[in-house]
Design a protein around this ligand. Structure first.
Ligand code: AHM
Ligand code: MG
Length: 334
């Protein structure tokens, strides 16, 4: 039972028995992500103070090599998960290929793989706008005792055992699900503890916010153009409000609390859209569904797509159930 103001540590221990395979491994994994998130949060928070902005490989004023924050975040998550020997493989949006982790005594005996987008929306860092980390957890499908293979990573999203995000915003939050609803924890930076601040988060069934990069309007498919016109029409509870941060985690987080839809469609320039199925769409779709919302590529449920490549992209429609269904209706009619 989620109790408000419970710490994340207490919550993980109390709810461990709800995990499908309750060996404590998944709890330790979530604990490691929580730890890495604190390290990254510390670095993101001081981004405006010290000269760590700029491209990886640049030299800072002291003549030291600079590390861009997304590179830093990538290393922080990979190192934390690797050093704790709790996963058998990691795939990251920042890496071309997946990483195999042999674990204790090189036995390859860990069960879980993690897919991660270490710092999503990183173009927002330079202007002090919220960014996020997105993660997704699966059980491996190949036999334990052997190194992981690509097959372990190319599982449809409906096989996720956990997913979540960290939003580095006005406050830092970790929001995640292990298949029993969505819970949000806010970091008290003074003592480095996350508290349950948003128990059992739910997408309102309907909403008034649409989030899409309208600068790409001319390149959008006709169905999306028509849906945007519908959102802007003066009728009933419309026009809706347009809100687009350009940081998926933040746009999703706001829409889950207030009710809304996020769209990154296929365009004439990018026929599969921009967002990555494995690192961005699947975990967000899992959270959306766990919170009573919906996620599709315009016609098909995101979580049912069989991935064929690690960095595959898909069009993404995600948010309040009725809004996503309405957008799908426009896509099908066009
Ligand atoms: P990234 O993984 O390179 O950061 O790109 C993903 C981000 C999302 O967070 C955001 O919603 C989208 O790209 C914004 O793209 P655009 O600037 O094309 O609207
Ligand atoms: Mg990303």
């Amino acid at each position: 039972m989620a109790k408000k103001n419970q710490t994340l540590g207490e919550f993980i221990i109390e709810n461990q028995s709800e995990f499908k395979y309750s060996s404590g491994e998944l709890s330790r994994l979530i604990n490691s992500i929580r730890l890495a998130a604190k390290v990254v949060n510390h670095e993101v928070n001081k981004a405006g103070l010290v000269d760590i902005l700029g491209a990886a490989g640049d030299t800072n004023i002291q003549g030291e090599d600079q590390q861009k924050l997304d590179v830093y975040a990538n290393e922080a998550f990979i190192k934390t998960l690797t050093n704790r020997e709790i996963v058998c493989g990691i795939a990251s949006e920042e890496e071309d290929d997946f990483i195999t982790i042999q674990g204790r005594n090189k036995k390859n005996d860990n069960k879980y793989i993690v897919l991660i987008d270490p710092l999503d929306g990183s173009s927002n860092i330079d202007v002090n706008v919220s960014v996020g980390t997105i993660f997704s957890v699966y059980r491996r499908v190949t036999p334990e005792g052997t190194p992981v293979t690509l097959e372990d990573f190319l599982q449809p999203g409906n096989r996720q055992v956990a997913a979540g995000y960290i939003v580095y915003g006005t406050s830092t939050m970790i929001v995640y699900s292990t298949g029993h609803g969505v819970n949000g924890f806010t970091l008290n930076p003074a003592i480095g503890t996350y508290y349950l601040s948003h128990p059992n988060m739910k997408f309102p069934e309907d909403g008034h916010i649409y989030s899409v990069n309208e600068g790409n309007y001319v390149h959008f498919p006709q169905g999306v153009k028509n849906y945007i016109k519908y959102c802007q029409a003066e009728e009933g509870d419309r026009p809706y409000t347009s809100r687009y941060i350009g940081s998926l985690v933040s746009d999703f987080h706001r829409n889950m609390i207030k009710g809304g839809i996020y769209i990154y469609p296929n365009t004439s320039k990018d026929p599969n859209g921009k967002l990555r199925l494995l690192y961005e769409c699947n975990p967000m779709a899992y959270l959306a569904e766990q919170g009573g919302g919906k996620a599709s590529d315009g016609s098909q449920r995101i979580l049912d797509i069989q991935p064929t490549a690690l960095h595959q992209r898909v069009p993404f429609f995600c948010g309040s159930k009725n809004m996503v269904e309405k957008a799908e209706e426009f896509m099908q009619k066009a």
